[in-house]
Design a protein around this ligand. Structure first.
Ligand code: KG4
Ligand code: ZN
Length: 327
């Protein structure tokens, strides 16, 4: 089964073509990071305008790389949310037009399901599973009984973990997105500062990162006022250690509460080298699967992978056709 997927929920314009949910024939990702960097974050209107500008070229490149013609495609998938509404609309309109023009069925995919199924591209997902979803907009622990049978058992009260990374990076004078930069600096620094681990021992599976973020920001400001120079590497390592301590602690608690066959980690922060290393060292007795680096941050291959399993589960999909269009 050949699926073409479109992802435009934030600042990546991406089209991918996958065979049977696993074989990536193409995954073209045009990142707008350089465009948004100067603003210190994503500007929604600019993101939408750049999706319009580049999406047809990205479509053509994906088809060309995959050596697939439209009449060979069995299903078109598109991210239907959550995300920036204007940005999503560009992808949905393009995918709908392509599907309609070529008489191909269309399916809408939840972006977070994409992050979960990113791990299925190179691994076999097994249920029941605990999913740790860590992105720029979400931080969730999910108990998955089966495909698309997901229950959120813990989530953040405030900031998502990626958001905390990006805000801490900003105060440290690092550019957007700060997550990968802090991760790199953390590998070179020492975790000598003891930042708080909010709600780590609360007994439930929820998270809070806003207090940790504020604590790091205050620490940096206080030292600047006293003209004390801080080593950005050590601050990064200390912040990252606090974040990962919390993520690992809560994930272990989730697995203790709900014995599972697998732990699946997904979302942009799953690209974090410190997290990837420590989960294998500190979470025993469960198979852990994490997507390859290129499938952690936003991309259309993960949307195609999710679409494959969603289509298999829901069959002829009348409920998932966008705008009531049917072939
Ligand atoms: O999943 P994603 O691409 O977009 C959302 O759906 O939000 O995640 C983007 C987030 C950003 O906050 C970025 O800083 C963070 O993932 N991120 C990282 C790393 N790579 C990306 N955070 C920590 N370490 C990384 N290596
Ligand atoms: Zn994402």
């Amino acid at each position: 089964m050949i699926i073409l997927a479109v992802e435009t929920s934030c600042d990546e314009t991406s089209v991918a073509i996958l065979k049977d949910g696993k074989e990536v024939l193409s995954n073209v990702v045009l990142s707008q990071i350089d465009i948004h960097k100067v603003f210190g974050g994503v500007v929604p209107e600019i993101a939408s305008r750049n999706h319009i500008k580049y999406l047809t070229t990205v479509f053509d490149e994906a088809l060309e790389k995959a050596k697939v013609t439209p009449n060979e495609i069995d299903l078109v998938a598109v991210t239907e949310g959550p995300g920036l509404i204007g940005a999503l609309l560009i992808g949905i309109n393009a995918a709908s037009a392509f599907a309609y023009a070529n008489s191909i069925p269309l399916i809408g995919i939840n972006h977070l399901h994409g992050h979960i199924y990113a791990a299925s591209i190179d691994n076999e997902i097994k249920f029941p599973a605990i999913i740790l979803l860590v992105s720029g907009g979400h931080t969730e622990l999910i108990y998955a009984k089966d495909h698309f049978d997901f229950e959120i058992i813990g989530q953040t009260y405030d900031d998502a973990v990626g958001e905390a990374y990006d805000k801490v990076a900003r105060v440290l004078g690092l550019s957007y997105p700060g997550g990968p930069i802090i991760d790199k600096l953390a590998q070179e620094g020492k975790a000598i500062y003891n930042f708080p681990r909010p709600v780590m021992d609360s007994g439930d599976l929820n998270f809070s990162f806003s207090g940790l973020k504020s604590s790091v920001i205050n620490f940096v400001h206080n030292n600047r006022q006293k003209n004390i120079e801080l080593d950005v590497k050590d601050v990064s390592a200390s912040f990252q250690e606090a974040v990962i301590d919390v993520l690992i602690n809560k994930t272990k608690a989730a697995i203790e509460k709900h014995p599972v066959k697998q732990l699946i980690i997904g979302g942009g922060v799953a690209a974090n080298k410190g997290l990837r290393r420590r989960v294998f060292e500190e979470i025993p007795n469960v198979e852990i699967i994490i997507p390859k680096m290129q499938y952690c941050t936003d991309n259309a291959a993960m949307i195609a992978a999710a679409a494959y399993y969603k289509y298999k589960k829901d069959g002829p999909l009348p409920n998932y056709l966008l705008g009531g269009y049917s072939t």
